[in-house]
Design a protein around this ligand. Structure first.
Ligand SMILES: [Zn+2]
Length: 206
């Protein structure tokens, strides 16, 4: 079973990806992680990607597509794979369609105002990177795991979040329309509790 996971920043995609991958024994492929791993281990792909990223440029579609294709040919993908962060545009979606079959595209939909509240209320631990939400902190300013100081990331202010979400929405709508036409798009209500969202996903995948 090959699936694609779509979800805005703050939609809880990471949590659901982890649960899906555990329950259905499919590999979670995040293009961001692949690039980071390659850069870390200095592979030719990593060297090339790092050059572009250091110059503030995006990794071009061809390089990203090649990377995903080679990752999908690994033996650990024989049960299927869950793609996260790919495809990002129609070019990549068309490429993917040519190299593999996509069974389902799960779109974790959350209303914009809810994403805004989640992201602007986020506080991150300076020491361990764990994130919290002010609603559950009750005024606490230290991390409950390591006692590190909690802070608000620069790009979690209202203006930056609004920009980020607007970009995401515009770019993703194209993919949503594309997969809707192919009849594989499934939308779940990501504004619910994490475990309820997962229950909705299970109904789609079981
Ligand atoms: Zn911490």
């Amino acid at each position: 079973m090959n699936i694609i996971l779509l979800g805005a920043p703050g939609a809880g995609k990471g949590t659901q990806a982890k649960r899906i991958s555990e329950k259905y024994k499919i590999v979670h492929i995040s293009t961001g992680d692949i690039f980071r791993e390659n850069i870390k281990s200095g592979t030719p792909l990593g060297v090339e990607a790092k050059k572009l990223i250091d110059k503030g440029q995006f990794v071009p579609d061809d390089l990203t597509c090649q990377t995903v294709e080679s990752r999908l040919s690994n033996s650990d993908c024989k049960n299927g794979a869950m793609l996260d962060g790919f495809p990002r545009n129609l070019y990549q979606a068309e490429f993917l369609k040519q190299i593999t079959n996509i069974d389902k595209v799960i779109n974790i939909a959350v209303p914009l105002e809810c994403l805004m509240a989640r992201l602007t209320g986020r506080r991150v631990c300076r020491e361990c990177g764990e994130s919290f939400h002010i609603d559950s902190l009750n005024g606490e300013t230290k991390c409950s795991y390591c006692s590190g100081e909690l802070y608000q990331r620069d790009d979690d202010n209202e203006e930056a979040v609004a920009t980020r979400l607007a970009i995401y929405t515009t770019k993703t709508q194209v993919l949503i329309d594309y997969y809707e036409k192919l009849g594989v798009l499934k939308t779940v209500d990501g504004s619910k509790e994490k475990s309820d969202v997962f229950k909705e996903i299970e109904v789609l995948l079981d």
